[in-house]
Design a protein around this ligand. Structure first.
Ligand code: ZN
Length: 131
């Protein structure tokens, strides 16, 4: 299993799970502040369907701040889904190892620093990706 040790993967997994909880809480708190009425209305309809519905709810409300958290949560879910696979920890662009230090700072990173920098430069003026 490549460059990452099992203990490192487990540490990243814990980080991701903590981040996911924090992102959900922040997104919900922001939505309550900004859209108290509409959240109450919509939340009533999807009360016990879980996190995925919360994410969909946030998307529907199209709140920019909450949207950022939805993107985060999706990235976290994707990382959690792959963290125990052989794909995790490799750069999506060049295939090189993503250093553990970088993953610790950005557990959702899918590219090495060099490729991410290049990409941000290339797509600096691209619009927000559609969900
Ligand atoms: Zn790379």
């Amino acid at each position: 299993m490549k460059g990452l040790k099992r203990t490192q993967v487990e540490r990243l997994e814990k980080l991701l799970q903590a981040q996911r909880r924090a992102s959900l809480e922040e997104a919900e708190a922001e939505l309550k502040l900004v859209h108290e009425q509409s959240v109450a209305d919509v939340a009533g309809e999807v009360a016990d369907t879980g996190d995925e519905s919360v994410a969909m709810l946030l998307t529907d409300l199209n709140n920019t701040m909450a949207q950022r958290h939805v993107d985060e949560i999706r990235a976290i879910d994707s990382a959690l889904a792959h963290i125990r696979s052989d794909e995790f920890g490799y750069c999506a662009d060049c295939g090189g190892d993503i250093p553990f230090e970088r993953l610790k700072a950005f557990p959702t990173a899918t590219r090495c620093t060099a490729c991410q920098t290049k990409r941000e430069h290339t797509f600096a003026h691209a619009s927000t990706p559609r969900l």
